[in-house]
Design a protein around this ligand. Structure first.
Ligand code: FES
Ligand code: FES
Length: 1002
């Protein structure tokens, strides 16, 4: 068949069943991505005769004879040796400069869709841009910056913005200003009329005075990896060709709970094209945990690669490797399995009382208070102060029950791994993981290989959000490589992401609060019943954070502030449902839904101002984090003082930005003229998170100087799209006094990069960043020594220059008398001239504290009182994350996090039928937000300077997950009085909760 791809002719012979996506990737067009199989995510978008189509649902033959366009030929990087290039396309350039790229997995599809729009509509409205993007799902960005990028590109392409002078970011938004100074009014880019979109490339900021003089830290630098992603370069796990690659598929259990009585793979093994079939009878029986956490894993060991028992619909039964995915699927159907079904526990309430034991295997290893005989994966009991005395001193007691659902990370790049033996017979695991070093350690005993014979390579990751903090797929491919000796690829389908992956723990939570008439909280108690599903990965630590963060925020006032009365008790139970695990926020969103709904109920019941009531009782600077005296993820606790808390300023900034004082309690604002069924509402929630795990999370970095004065920065940290590679490079550049493009970042490969726990617990910028600073400081000392040596070689110079007198700035080393050498001269001198040596250093960092970021989250909604339908109109989040290293990437984190949390608030929920089968198995039934459905988003950073970090920063990535759902629910209550206990706020739940609604029978 004849195909025209990017203007070039290709004669190809695709198999009859092959999709256009498979064909294009097979031919090396790796910019066309796989995110689903059913035409819902849009990352496989190509232009067919100029029109966007989903290549995953189109037979390759249908594209024969037609014009196919991918992003591969759309632009080119400048500066490729002696050959001049045309440079990036304006869309690629504005995506890079506007911070529109996070993980970059959806970027080629977005740019293609936008290119098509601009070809037809040179001056599109914001609504048209959002409509054009509506077919491409992005789980990272919240769509705001992509929309801005497209509007800016349109202006460039119309000739209204000079790319040379018009494209740089509006840095006037980032200049230091005090809390009292007004923010500048919106400014449009030339030629634009959509003010709201065009001015928000960078967030509003109240800059910490100490941070204002830095050259790189605090600046909105484009991401160091953005260009390759805008060009659609082959950066991701699956973007390679390997000769002899086999394809893995897994046979999953159709039963929620069953014993495998007999399994016969004879026919499957004999099937032509099948290379291996593995069942539990073939593998060593090694008990382990898939949780990608430090050693010792703070949880029970309860998992086997393959077992003779299955514990949920979707549990593994057998592995197959075959020449094609289709042959592997056929082989699955040839495996004969005889099951003995067992009673299944599908409800967490029933788990503790049930006579059915989910983990009855003798190899089970307890951790702390886990008890397999009671289906108890973990138990927590924390008492701070005297809760009974606190309740006795209260004038009012409030006690309510709440529920939060199971939800899916839904990163657009599915889990994918490729394993192979290298030339030394070391096992290479190329995988989309957040935790390469934990993966290596956990895999070693499971595969019966020493750590030194495993190399884990983490290429670019297409989003993780905690879902890839699990060593869940790597063993499948590795066992099959060991069995066959050949490279094996294993990639989840979108359905597998729902029934065979990990998700957020659902919980039922009871909160009891004692309050004095003046609004002082005297005691606070929470009981959380948490469902870990069939395996106990992250069971203890996720649910521990539910109390550790959410119950720590409100300590009470006056004497209670010094001696708060708090109790947190949790049972984390096994059920026969897919395992829960890590998901951005890590237990804290589950805590703030009940806590912030409870605060709202109390404020309204006692006629207290909801903001003043919260601030009166909230934790403040200089106070003890109450839980730090009692709990540390199953390890020894260590008392910790809150050094910085910008919560009050966050409230002040957020309430001004959303217009709280004009809207709250204002009936004229609440009612819509001519639309009596629509009611507006406004709500608030206050939240705090943590920054890494004290005395545990460790990051390492090494920096090596090259002979042109550039530096290789090697980090074990994993950039999931968060921009961590960029902010780490900014910190190194600040210390070394060089431009950002003189720092070449590589992350991460267990053979080459220093150890790092990986990307979780909001630790990368803080922990790995401090390690980078230490390495950079050590390298800077060596650079200064070398520069001093060079200055002192000058026979005409005056007094000798001491190394500590040398100052690094703008890529140069300065002597006190004004003489200077470039770092290029220093690097060259060190490697090629006198007393040669490699300038190089390693740094590592473990923090004794976990300084919490704080935030005020505001939401504005419109509720249809006839249907219960909620439209979220605006989300404003004011955040104290310490110093913001990069406003562009940090605000992208907040926008994307708020968007994920918006799903938690109103649409996302995983449900199971009476047999334990997942009801949601695709991105149609499981609804994540599209570009055209989004509310207005606004981010404000209120900087504080956290003294435990050299650049004063705290975490930013997880806190946006915490407050959106309760703020939206509080706004719904404000609008129509519906007082929700259970999330998400579906139309039915809202309608049923509305006071005075008409009951409908039947
Ligand atoms: S991969 Fe084609 S729409 Fe998802
Ligand atoms: S940047 Fe869109 S899916 Fe990650």
């Amino acid at each position: 068949m004849h195909f025209n791809i990017n203007g070039k002719d290709h004669d190809l012979a695709p198999a009859p069943h092959i999709t256009l996506l498979r064909l294009l990737r097979r031919e090396g067009f790796f910019s066309v991505k796989h995110g689903c199989e059913t035409g819902e995510c849009g990352v496989c978008t190509v232009l067919l005769d100029g029109r966007p189509v989903n290549a995953c649902v189109m037979n390759a033959g249908q594209a024969a004879g037609r014009r196919i366009e991918t992003i591969e030929d759309m632009g080119e990087r400048e500066g490729k040796g002696w050959r001049e290039t045309g440079g990036l396309h304006p869309l690629q350039l504005t995506f890079v400069e506007s911070g529109a790229i996070q993980c970059g997995y959806c970027t080629p599809a977005m740019i293609l869709a936008a290119g098509r729009l601009l070809a037809e509509v040179p001056n599109p409205s914001e609504a048209q841009v959002r409509d054009a993007l509506s077919g491409v799902l992005c789980r990272c960005t919240g769509y705001l910056k992509p929309v801005q990028a497209i509007l800016r590109a349109a202006a460039v392409m119309r000739g209204e913005v000079d790319p040379a002078s018009g494209l740089p970011l509006p840095v006037d938004w980032l200049l230091p200003r005090t809390g009292d100074e007004p923010f500048p009014e919106s400014e449009a880019y030339p030629g634009g009329e959509d003010l709201s979109t065009r001015v928000r490339v960078a967030p509003r900021m109240v800059v910490a005075p100490k941070a204002s003089d830095w050259k790189r830290v605090g600046k909105p630098d484009p991401k160091v990896d953005a260009v390759k992603l805008a060009l659609g370069k082959p950066a991701f796990t699956d973007d390679i060709d390997l000769r002899g690659l086999l394809h893995a598929r897994v046979l999953y259990s159709p039963f929620a709970h069953a014993r495998i009585v007999r399994i016969d793979a004879t026919a499957a093994r004999a099937h032509p094209g099948v290379a291996a079939v593995l069942t539990w009878e073939d593998l060593p029986r090694v008990v382990y945990s898939t949780a990608g956490q430090s050693d010792p894993i703070p949880g029970p060991l309860d998992m086997f690669s393959l077992d003779r028992k299955v514990r949920y619909v979707g549990d593994r039964v057998a592995f197959v490797a075959a020449e094609t995915p289709e042959i592997a699927e056929e082989a699955l159907n040839l495996i004969e399995v005889e099951y003995e079904p067992l009673p299944a526990i599908l409800d967490m309430q029933a788990a503790l009382e049930s006579k059915t034991i989910i983990h009855d295997e003798p190899e089970y290893v307890d951790f702390d208070e886990s008890n397999a005989d009671r289906n108890l994966a973990a138990h927590i009991h924390i008492d701070i102060g005297d809760v009974e005395k606190g309740f006795a001193e209260a004038d009012r007691i409030f006690e309510h029950e709440y529920a939060v659902p199971k939800v899916q990370q839904a990163h657009i790049e599915p889990h994918v791994v490729i394993t192979y033996w290298d030339e030394d017979d070391r096992l290479v695991v190329r995988t989309s993981t957040q935790v390469p070093f934990h993966a290596r350690r956990i895999l070693a005993p499971v595969l019966d290989l020493p750590i030194k014979r495993i190399r884990v390579v983490k290429p670019r990751i297409g989003g993780g959000f905690g879902g890839k903090q699990e060593v869940m797929i790597e063993d499948v491919a590795a066992h099959l490589t060991i069995a066959t000796g050949r490279p094996v690829k294993f990639e989840y389908t979108r359905a597998e992401e729902f029934y065979a992956s990990r998700s957020r723990h659902p919980m039922r939570v009871r909160v009891k609060t004692g309050v004095k008439l003046d609004g002082t909280i005297t005691a606070n108690e929470m009981y959380a019943l948490s469902d870990t599903g069939a395996y106990g990965c992250h069971a203890l630590t996720v649910t521990g954070n539910t109390g550790h963060k959410a119950m720590a925020l409100y300590v009470g006032d006056r004497a209670y502030r010094e001696n708060p009365n708090i109790r947190f008790v949790a049972d984390i139970v096994y059920t026969n449902t897919p395992p829960s695990g890590a998901f951005r926020g890590y237990g804290v969103p589950q805590g703030f839904w009940p806590v912030e709904r409870q605060m709202e109920r109390i404020a309204r019941a006692m006629d207290l101002d909801p903001i003043e009531f919260r601030l009166k009782n909230a934790l403040r600077e200089g106070e003890l984090q109450p839980f730090s005296t009692a709990w540390s993820e199953g390890r020894e606790p260590s008392p910790e003082i809150i050094e910085t808390c910008g919560l009050e300023e966050c409230v002040a900034q957020g309430r001004a930005a959303i217009g709280w004082d004009q809207k709250y309690g204002n009936p004229a604002w609440r009612d819509r003229p001519g639309q009596p069924h629509l009611k507006k509402g406004i709500g608030v929630a206050m939240v705090m998170q943590g920054t890494a795990i004290p005395y545990l999370d460790m990051g390492g970095a090494s920096i090596k100087m090259n002979d042109d004065g550039s530096f290789n920065l090697l980090v074990g940290a994993t950039d999931l799209g968060t921009g961590s590679d960029t902010v780490l490079a900014q910190m190194a550049a600040e210390v070394l006094g060089v431009p950002l493009d003189d720092i070449i970042v590589y992350s991460s490969d267990t053979d080459f990069t220093p150890f790092d726990v990986g990307a979780y617990a909001s630790s990368t910028t803080y922990i790995s960043g401090a390690a980078v600073v230490r390495a950079a400081q050590a390298v800077a000392e060596q650079v200064c020594e070398r520069a001093a040596l060079m200055f002192n070689q000058d026979a005409d110079a005056g007094r000798p220059v001491e190394p500590h007198e040398v100052h690094l700035e703008d890529g140069r080393a300065f002597a006190p008398d004004g003489r200077q050498v470039t770092l290029s001269q220093v690097g060259h001198h060190s490697l090629h001239h006198t007393d040669q040596r490699q300038i190089m250093a390693v740094g590592s960092f473990v923090s004794p504290v976990a300084p919490p970021p704080f935030a005020a989250q505001f939401a504005e909604v419109t509720v249809d009182s006839e249907t219960g339908m909620v439209v979220v109109d605006k989300l404003v989040m004011a955040v104290d994350s310490g110093v913001i290293v990069n406003p562009l990437t940090a605000s992208g984190q907040i926008e994307g996090g708020m968007t994920q949390a918006l799903g938690y608030a109103v649409t996302e929920e995983m449900l199971f039928d009476e047999e334990g089968r997942a009801r949601e198995q695709d991105l149609r039934d499981y609804h994540i937000f599209h570009a055209h459905e989004m509310p207005a988003l606004e981010t404000i950073f209120v900087e504080t300077f956290e003294p435990s970090h050299p650049f004063g920063l705290k975490a930013v990535a997880e806190i946006p997950m915490d407050g959106v759902a309760p703020a939206v629910a509080n706004a719904i209550m404000d609008a129509v009085g519906a007082d929700l206990s259970d999330a998400p706020a579906t139309p039915e739940r809202v309608w049923r909760a509305m006071p005075g609604r008409l009951e409908v029978s039947g």
